[in-house]
Design a binder for this molecule. Structure first.
Ligand SMILES: Nc1ncnc2c1ncn2[C@@H]1O[C@H](COP(=O)(O)OP(=O)(O)OP(=O)(O)O)[C@@H](O)[C@H]1O
Ligand SMILES: [Mg+2]
Length: 452
């Protein structure tokens, strides 16, 4: 196989805004706490999840997978994220719904394979010459656009970088200036510029002893020591899917798709994936890379059909397989593509290999605490009455409904010239947005007026 050059491959990690408050399973001294890491209650399920984490870490989970069952809004997705977080901060987490495999453009097995391979990370280590430091000042120089007289483009920039021991002012090229703009680099960001390729990497924000619990996605890092220009061992992440796409591009397969096909339509050939696997295995054997199995979370798993189950069960046996966590809120139902009924719509031979965890509905105390955490995360200030009112709605309607009301109630409060959300705001907004039970009641009431 030709050398895979890894410069241009970009990695994207999934964003999970709804669950950004979940930092782990909430374990202290090997015991699950009632309220920790953003997780509240659901203690039994979290304890089970923690056992799963231990089994994975001890290499005792091969060929198995997790199934989380429970009613809507009881934290199944949150639990899966908690497991990924416990496995390590960099653990890839990929989320899909069973329904997503039925797309017109791409085969079911291809979709699933991509998801599986996005959930496996490779950490690659290399020595490189870099400029590194915290940004103190950036000045851009602009010039005329070559074709468009009304547009300006960056011609370059002057940037001041600082470490604990040195400060330097550097002139950088247009390509680097463009990246600085695109990445939104600002004062206080710790960045690194690769000398050979000019690639800019933001490592995080300067740790200035302030609050560390930030909504932003930039990590807090210390200001580096020593010289600004140096040789440094750099660690980078790619997923197997990143490498597949890159390798396919290099072989010209992707350019064929520019002629009238969307890039998603084409399958990545097996030989490309085999080449990537070989490359990765070699990196690992040479001590230059490390495999980071992540988590593939398949929600609504009852939507998978019998063919896909067969494919999945083979994939679980491969040595390059991620941890698979499935979830469903169905009881006994038909396995798709057959007339056979089965618990959760999962074939029996697969059920045999699953570790099943159950989540239970929440009580008012749990709902109140979860709402407090979400409000803090979304920077919504709730008055005492407002918390009680929302908790009541969480019990009567659903937790998800109560959480979704947070953002509009805040809007309403600020329209009324207040910072704090009151009970009145909640009563107002809940009339605008129906909960599920209410919307069903409404539609039933007016059934005859709707088109049939
Ligand atoms: N025990 C908990 N502690 C903190 N937050 C929670 C907890 N349970 C659920 N949440 C939060 O409540 C919301 C709904 O939970 P989640 O989406 O995990 O439910 P689900 O069981 O996956 O529901 P569905 O069956 O509809 O997919 C999310 O924002 C989630 O992060
Ligand atoms: Mg869910």
């Amino acid at each position: 196989m030709s050398q895979i050059k890894i410069e241009d491959v970009k990695t994207m990690f999934e964003r999970t805004g709804l669950h950004s408050h979940i930092k782990g399973l909430g374990v202290k001294d090997d015991k699950v706490q009632f309220n920790a890491d953003g997780f509240v209650g659901q203690v039994e399920a979290r304890e089970a999840a923690y056992y799963v984490v231990k089994m994975i870490k001890n290499g005792k989970f091969g060929g198995k997978a997790v199934l989380i069952v429970g009613p809507p809004g009881t934290g199944k997705t949150a639990l899966a994220i908690g497991i990924a977080r416990e496995l390590g901060q960099d653990t890839p987490f990929v989320q899909m719904s069973g329904a997503e495999i039925y797309s017109m453009e791409i085969k079911k097995t291809e979709f699933l394979t991509r998801a599986l391979r996005r959930a496996i990370g490779v950490r690659i280590k290399e020595w490189r010459r870099v400029y590194e430091g915290v940004v103190r000042n950036v000045d851009y120089q602009y010039g005329k656009h070559p074709y468009n007289p009304y547009a300006q483009i960056p011609r370059g920039a002057t940037i001041t970088l600082k470490t604990k021991d040195e400060e330097r002012r550097l002139r950088v090229s247009a390509e680097i200036a463009e990246q600085l703009i695109e990445l939104g680099v600002e004062d206080g960001d710790v960045i690194m510029i690769d000398e050979e390729t000019g690639r800019v990497l933001i490592q995080g924000r300067e740790n200035n002893g302030g609050e560390t619990y930030d909504i932003g996605i930039k990590r807090r890092v210390d200001i580096p020591n020593g010289p600004i220009y140096k040789e440094k061992e750099i660690t980078r992440f790619f997923t197997l899917n990143d490498l597949d796409i890159y390798q396919a591009k290099q072989q010209g397969l992707m350019s064929a798709m520019l002629f009238g096909f969307a890039s998603e339509e084409k399958e990545i050939p097996g030989e490309v994936r085999r080449a990537v696997d070989e490359f990765v295995v070699k990196l690992i054997n040479d001590g230059k890379g490390e495999l980071i199995p992540g988590v593939l979370f398949i929600d609504d798993v009852h939507m998978l059909d019998i063919e896909t189950w067969a494919y999945l069960s083979r994939a679980m046996e491969s040595e390059l397989s991620p941890i698979i966590i499935m979830a469903t809120n169905r009881g006994v139902t038909k396995i798709r593509g057959t007339d056979i009924e089965s618990p959760h719509g999962v074939p029996l031979d697969m059920l045999d290999r699953l570790v099943i965890i159950r989540t239970r509905p929440y009580n008012a105390d749990e709902i109140r605490e979860i709402l407090r955490i979400r409000a803090k995360e979304e920077r919504v200030e709730l008055g005492v009455d407002a918390i009680e009112e929302l908790t009541k709605l969480g019990v009567e309607e659903s937790l998800r409904y109560a959480i979704q009301l947070l953002a509009p109630t805040q809007l309403r409060a600020s329209e009324m010239g207040r910072k704090e959300v009151t009970k009145d705001d909640i009563e107002y907004v809940r009339k605008l947005f129906l909960g599920v039970k209410e919307s069903v009641r409404y539609v039933k009431e007016y059934e005859n007026y709707f088109l049939k």
